[in-house]
Structures are given as structure tokens and as C-alpha cells.
Design a protein around this ligand. Structure first.
Ligand SMILES: Cc1cc2nc3c(=O)[nH]c(=O)nc-3n(C[C@H](O)[C@H](O)[C@H](O)COP(=O)(O)O)c2cc1C
Length: 173
């Protein structure tokens, strides 16, 4: 299961997550688009009145059937995008373990030099504590300069670092 944690149609994080998923040998990939999981903004009152939206259950089904999870995080104002956080909030109410202790490869990229490291750090901290399985992470700065669909990660040092994290994830699958 792979997705960019963004609702942008041209999401660079969706491209990056999709690229990483294609490097998993013999994988059947569920590449999700967060626009297919748009739900009312989470509120405890909505939950009390109507329960969880079907789309939250559907998202959870994808997690259940996945052997591993690849997410590439877009950063909005130093945090998760609202589109991702809303899905996460709903799904977190279904059961305590959101990621069901599946191996995770957490990625992040941005057009600038920080490579969305703030949101990636947030997710890595949180999911490392919540998930008993392997949670590994990598941030790619300057997406446009450092990535091409044909070559993948162009910079050799960054590519090496990415491959190390990818291997840790693959070994955990
Ligand atoms: C509302 C908004 C807030 C943003 N805040 C940040 C930020 O805090 N840090 C950052 O690195 N980029 C920020 N950006 C730029 C995003 O990194 C850029 O839009 C990137 O393409 C998002 O990834 P995506 O294409 O996968 O959606 C922001 C963009 C928007 C629209």
C-alpha cells in the first residue's frame, strides 16, 4: 500500500511514493489517492451521531490487506496536510493500532531544501512509538532537481541513503 499524504493532483509526494513502491520486487501495489477518501472534518460529535464514515473503514481495509506501507508526506505549515490528518483522525478511531504493526517506509519531499523534514520527523516519532514493526524514513530535498521518473534519485549520495532505508523496509516485509 502506498500513497502521497497530499491531495494535490500533481503531488510530488505521490510520485515519490509510487516510485518507491515500484522498487518492491513482485509487489501488487495499491497506490491510493487521498482525494478518494475525502470525508467530513473529524469531530467527536459527528462520530457520536453517525459513527465512522464508510471511507474510513475502506482505508482501514487497505491497511489490513497490506504487507507493508509506504507513505510520502507533503508538509503544510510545518505539519501534515489537512487531507491526510483528517483521514488519520477518522481511522485512528476505528481501533487503537492504526498501522497494525506493518512495516513502514516513511518518505517526504518538497521543492525546497528541507525536504519536508519537519513533518517526516513528526510522523517517524509518532509511528515508531505506535508500531512494533520496522519504521524507516528518508527525506528528499529539492525534488525537481534531485528526481526524475526515468532515473529516480539523481544525486548519488541521496540515492545511497534512500537505498539503505529501502533495504531495511524490504527486509522487514
Ligand atoms: C498551504 C501550504 C503550506 C506549505 N507549507 C510548507 C512547509 O511548511 N514546509 C515545506 O517544506 N513546504 C511547504 N509548502 C510547499 C510544499 O512543500 C509544496 O507545495 C509541495 O509540492 C507539497 O507536496 P505535494 O506536491 O506532494 O502536495 C506548503 C504549500 C502549501 C500549499
Amino acid at each position: 500500500m502506498a500513497f502521497g499524504a497530499s491531495s494535490s493532483r500533481e503531488s510530488i509526494n505521490k510520485k515519490f511514493a509510487s516510485y518507491a513502491a515500484r522498487l518492491v520486487p513482485d509487489a501488487d501495489i495499491d497506490l491510493l489517492d487521498l482525494n478518494d477518501f475525502e470525508m467530513p472534518i473529524f469531530s467527536i460529535d459527528r462520530e457520536r451521531e453517525s459513527g465512522y464514515p464508510d471511507l474510513a473503514q475502506k482505508f482501514k481495509e487497505y491497511i489490513k490487506k497490506a504487507d507493508g506501507i509506504i507513505i510520502s508526506f507533503a508538509e503544510h505549515n510545518g505539519s501534515y496536510t489537512a487531507a491526510y490528518k483528517n483521514i488519520y483522525d477518522w481511522v485512528s478511531r476505528i481501533e487503537r493500532s492504526v498501522w497494525l504493526d506493518k512495516p513502514m517506509l516513511l518518505l517526504a519531499t518538497s521543492p525546497g531544501g528541507r525536504g519536508a523534514k519537519t513533518v517526516l520527523g513528526m510522523a517517524t516519532n509518532s509511528y515508531t512509538r505506535a508500531n512494533k514493526n520496522t519504521v524507516t524514513s528518508f527525506s528528499l530535498p529539492f525534488f525537481k532537481q534531485n528526481f526524475s521518473l526515468e532515473q529516480g534519485i539523481i544525486d548519488s549520495e541521496l540515492s545511497e541513503l534512500f537505498n539503505q532505508q529501502l533495504k531495511i523496509f524490504l527486509d522487514a516485509l
